[in-house]
Design a protein around this ligand. Structure first.
Ligand SMILES: Cc1cc2nc3c(=O)[nH]c(=O)nc-3n(C[C@H](O)[C@H](O)[C@H](O)COP(=O)(O)OP(=O)(O)OC[C@H]3O[C@@H](n4cnc5c(N)ncnc54)[C@H](O)[C@@H]3O)c2cc1C
Length: 504
């Protein structure tokens, strides 16, 4: 054995926010940590729209693991005060606008083609869109500041497990090294390394959602509210300025995310139904242009933009849905985004990752010798994470089913907001939290399974009448009623929700 071999309690692969926050918290809990990162910061990363749940978890991690600066990133106001150099955007809530092919956007006094759900009460308290290249490199600098060993431009080329220890061969440019560790955390954000090292494959089978994305960052995007005003569409009843939110344009083929940062840059992405194989097979720029030309207001928005220097191109993903066959093994565990992903709708990725970090930290800190009880707890964790990805998948699949029929989309989406409220309320009351979005609760599972069957039946009908929509909406209103502290689906709200969360 190599005498110069450096040994760690835990080796983490990947230095996105999952890897770095986990490393920092474990370091402060007394573990000797190292991070191995294949790339180099600052680097482009997608996954930018946070949520109030993510903010709550950031504050909790900040307190529990003595990372006081971390909670500054949980609100727009404190972020701007403490780190204005780390770029982000204001995200006051979730906004949706339904567009029809070849037609200009229009709506009515009841806001039938709009849905705005506030997530925060004002800009200072607001949730945020993270410019990931800035956020992630800030966190990597913190890792270095805390004297955590950090190897960038480094790949793990081989792994051997002997006597409850890992021996990793790592390669940094021309230099080959070996490091050892008691435990390994995969935070690489894809299943590839787990497949390479442990032969656990990532699969797409079994998902209800089938989607792909075409995205980039753009400069000088006109404000959507300016376009609305130019059409004399009133915005006085909006709970916030939708340009300062996670803005969604809902199309027939899928949807668009528009996430503005406060430096003139905007994240723009088409997320499209993968069943549309004609679109899927086109190049990224062809899809961009086809979609732009089909929807007049999208054309107005995109005609004026230029592609940002990072990523400097339009990215075309493969099918987004993936999950590993298991999320842990002997001496290793996968973080949520390594384990799997569904689709960016509802921005669940950051919050789900942070919820995973919170649970993994708890499990590891309670099992410092990495013995049998650790694996008992990891089994529970695995069960939870499979339930959670199943719930997220069904929530999103129901949206794709209903994108052509906005009132159905609107009603169905209220299940997501209800589960969010349930989870947030549990955290606010300091009740023990188990599963993200309460995925382990029978009432949640019953509600979604029953309603999913109904939306499938409805959207496969030849025609959908106003009465069908009313019956469906009434059923959802009744089902969510015991948890509905935000007046969701109350006709008087006219799709404008001013308060969905308590003052967070
Ligand atoms: C198209 C798309 C849009 C999304 N939009 C949203 C959104 O709006 N809101 C939201 O909440 N979530 C979103 N997500 C999800 C979000 O991207 C993830 O939740 C988030 O990036 C997870 O962070 P992470 O640190 O776990 O992984 P990542 O951000 O993927 O970071 C992984 C790191 O590991 C490194 N790495 C990779 N392979 C190796 C290797 N073999 N060895 C060492 N290092 C390696 C990478 O270079 C990278 O630095 C989106 C995802 C996609 C695909």
């Amino acid at each position: 054995m190599n005498n110069n071999l450096k040994h760690y309690d835990i080796i983490i692969a990947g230095s996105g926010f999952s890897g770095t926050i986990t490393a920092l918290a474990l370091h402060n809990s007394g573990f000797n940590i190292c991070i191995v990162e294949k790339g180099k910061h600052p680097r482009f990363a997608i996954g930018e729209s946070s949520t109030p749940i993510a903010d709550m978890i950031l504050r909790s991690l900040s307190q529990k693991y003595n990372l006081p600066w971390l909670s500054d990133f949980s609100r727009y106001g404190s972020w701007q005060q403490s780190h204005p150099e780390v770029v982000c955007g204001i995200k006051r809530g979730f906004s949706y606008f339904k567009h029809h092919p070849e037609k200009e956007f229009s709506t009515n006094a009841n806001h039938d083609n709009e849905l705005l759900v506030a997530a925060s009460v004002n800009d200072t308290m607001s949730d945020t869109n993270w410019l990931r290249s800035d956020v992630d490199s800030f966190l990597v600098n913190k890792v270095k500041e805390y004297d955590i060993d950090y190897f960038d431009c480094t790949e793990i080329t081989g792994a051997i497990r002997e006597n409850k220890k890992w021996f990793f061969d790592i390669q940094r440019e021309e230099n080959a090294m070996c490091i050892s560790g008691n435990f390994f955390i995969d935070a690489t954000g894809s299943g590839k390394l787990v497949d390479k090292l442990f032969s656990v494959q990532s699969v797409t089978a079994g998902f209800l959602t089938n989607s792909f994305a075409v995205f980039s960052h753009v400069e000088d995007l006109p404000r959507w509210t300016d376009i609305l005003h130019s059409k004399n569409i009133p915005t006085e009843e909006y709970p916030y300025d939708p340009d300062n939110s996670a803005l969604h344009h809902v199309l027939d083929e899928g949807w668009i995310w528009v996430l503005r940062f406060n430096n003139n840059r905007t994240s723009w992405g088409f997320t499209l139904n993968g069943d549309n194989s004609t679109l899927y097979k086109m190049s990224a720029s062809d899809i961009w242009n086809v979609m732009k030309n089909k929807y007049p207001d999208i054309k107005d928005l995109l005609n004026k933009v230029s592609i940002s220097s990072q990523p400097g191109t339009i990215v075309h993903t493969g099918r987004l849905q993936r999950k590993l066959g298991k999320c842990f093994g002997d001496g290793w565990i996968a973080m949520p985004h390594t384990f799997g992903f569904v689709d960016p709708l509802f921005s669940s990725g950051i919050a789900w990752s942070l919820a995973g970090i919170e649970r993994i930290l708890e499990i590891v800190c309670n099992n410092r010798s990495f013995d049998a009880p650790l694996y008992e707890q990891l089994k529970d964790y695995e069960q939870m994470i499979f339930s959670e990805i199943g719930l997220i998948d069904m929530l999103i699949a129901g949206c794709y089913q209903s994108m052509r029929h906005f009132p159905l989309f609107n009603a169905w989406s209220m299940l997501y907001f209800t589960f969010t409220i349930m989870y947030e309320q549990r955290r606010l009351k300091n009740l023990p939290v188990k599963c993200f979005l309460e995925a382990d609760k029978a009432e949640v599972q019953n509600m979604i399974q029953t309603t999913y069957k109904e939306i499938l039946n409805l959207t496969t009908q030849k025609t959908i009448s106003k009465q069908d929509i009313k019956v469906f909406t009434d059923k959802i209103r009744d089902r969510i009623q015991p948890y509905n502290i935000a007046g969701l689906l109350q006709p008087s709200s006219k799709n404008m929700y001013h308060h969905t969360v308590a003052m967070l």
